[in-house]
Design a protein around this ligand. Structure first.
Ligand SMILES: Cc1cc2nc3c(=O)[nH]c(=O)nc-3n(C[C@H](O)[C@H](O)[C@H](O)COP(=O)(O)O)c2cc1C
Ligand code: SF4
Length: 423
């Protein structure tokens, strides 16, 4: 089984430029610089790479919306989204700390494909070690002529900077991220226009997730057919899957895209800790719908998870066991989302604290049966299309699916006027 993204990552270590090059690093860049930018886009399109930041948008297709040629507005920008504040998600951190040149190579190739001359790595504020590993790797890359003017004698210029976030979840939403980079308040922007044509400082810009960009060097080095062949899904490549919660062996594993949920949960994470039973999980971070026992055989790819009623999201699962109160868990998540709302649209600004307060009342024995209908109606009010960004609808996903699969647990709280999971 091939693990192109993580096979050279050693626990607690960071690969230097020399380590990375010893393992074939920057060969993908050399191959890309011999092609035209449009040819590089085609290779990535053919490989079937889809964004690993949550929405799964096809990467080559996204790049193709950027105007190219002598008349294109300049400068153009490439931004790596390393904000990673989704609860339960910690996959990009591994890549940033373990092999920073893989990201830098991926960014140079991607910038070449859209002819961007400036790049930013937008990093979660709390990722202090990653800030150090990236800073060091950037210095090494400039020293080696891999960044700056006339990269490897190709005539292509690209400057890359590290920017640390102010520490809010909304900064990870791509247009809020762009506002934040411009020094403005991190409110999402109305779309259209999309960043591909009018992004940072009004210029064409691409925002891609860290894991997405780390795939690019391998595709250019080994080709799109190889990339498709290492997946067991209709989409290409591997995925860094993660598991947190009360399993025996929480962690991250790079596996072919399309393995089953059971394989990750039982073979990799070792199943539930002794004495606990599996009850459900959020498959791709906190803003995805719960899946339950009957879904264990589904393929963890974009289509498989969607057909089961949820989303692959970030591919990092949060597991719920039978001795943890689902009302308490969902209350905790809604508390996070309410706190992180930027406040720009009314349904989200007012609806999320309202949702959190109702859940608090139910969890603390003060709920009424009508509250369940109220919660259902809030999931409609905050559904896609009623807000500027996906924070609010994302926040409703764990709630609406908890009401669907674990309604009895909510009703028990109301009938018994207490949380049955607390002694
Ligand atoms: C509230 C919110 C937070 C987000 N946080 C992140 C994040 O931390 N990292 C990320 O890559 N995408 C995040 N996204 C998704 C981005 O808006 C964007 O879709 C993604 O960076 C695109 O990269 P990709 O096409 O490579 O997946 C977030 C979206 C929302 C609505
Ligand atoms: S949905 Fe929430 S976070 Fe997104 S723009 Fe509206 S208020 Fe801000």
């Amino acid at each position: 089984m091939e693990r192109p993204l993580t096979q050279h990552i050693r626990p607690g270590e960071t690969n230097s430029l020399a380590d990375y090059q010893k393992n074939g690093g920057y060969e993908g860049l050399k191959a890309a610089l011999k092609m035209t930018p449009k040819e590089v886009q085609e290779v990535v399109k053919k490989a079937g790479l889809r964004g690993r930041g949550g929405a799964g948008f096809p990467t080559g297709l996204k790049w193709s919306f950027v105007p190219i040629g002598d008349d294109a507005p300049r400068p153009k920008y490439l931004i790596a989204n390393g904000d990673e504040m989704e609860p339960g998600t910690f996959k990009d951190r591994l890549l940033l700390e373990g092999d920073p040149h893989q990201l830098i190579e991926g960014m140079i190739i991607s910038a070449y494909a859209i002819q961007a001359e400036i790049g930013y790595i937008f990093l979660r504020w709390a990722y202090k070690k990653a800030a150090q590993t990236i800073s060091k790797a950037l210095a090494e890359a400039y020293e080696a002529g891999l960044l700056g003017k006339n990269i490897l004698g190709s005539g292509f210029d690209f400057d890359l900077y590290l920017h640390t976030s102010a520490g809010r979840y909304i900064c990870g939403e791509e247009t809020a991220l762009i506002n934040s980079l411009e020094g403005k308040r991190a409110n999402p922007r109305a779309k259209p226009p999309f960043p591909q044509t009018s992004g940072l400082f009004g210029k064409p810009s691409i925002v891609n997730n860290i894991e997405t960009l780390c795939n690019v060097p391998h595709i250019l080095r080994n080709g799109s057919d190889w990339y498709k062949s290492i997946s067991i899904s209709e989409d290409g490549g591997t995925k860094i899957y993660g598991v947190s919660g009360k399993v025996k062996n929480p962690g991250l594993w790079e596996l072919p895209l399309g393995v089953t949920m059971r394989e990750v949960l039982e073979e990799k994470a070792g199943g539930m800790r002794d004495g606990l039973k599996f009850k459900g999980l959020l498959p791709g971070g906190a803003s995805t719908d719960f899946l339950v026992e009957e879904h264990l055989e589904i393929k963890l790819d974009y289509k498989g998870v969607e057909q089961a009623g949820s989303r692959l999201g970030t591919g990092t699962m949060i597991v719920l066991d039978d001795q943890t109160c689902v009302v308490g868990m969902v209350h905790n998540l809604e508390q996070f989302f309410a706190q992180e709302s930027c406040g720009w649209c009314t349904p989200c600004r007012d609806g999320l604290p309202w949702t959190r307060n109702i859940l608090w009342a139910i969890e603390n024995g003060q709920g009424k049966m009508e509250d369940l209908e109220l919660l259902e109606s809030l999931t409609q009010t905050l559904s896609p299309g009623n807000s500027f960004c996906a924070l609010a609808p994302g926040a409703m996903e764990p709630l609406q699916s908890a009401l669907k699969y674990f309604r009895e647990d909510f009703e028990r709280h109301i009938k018994e006027k207490r949380c049955p999971w607390r002694s």
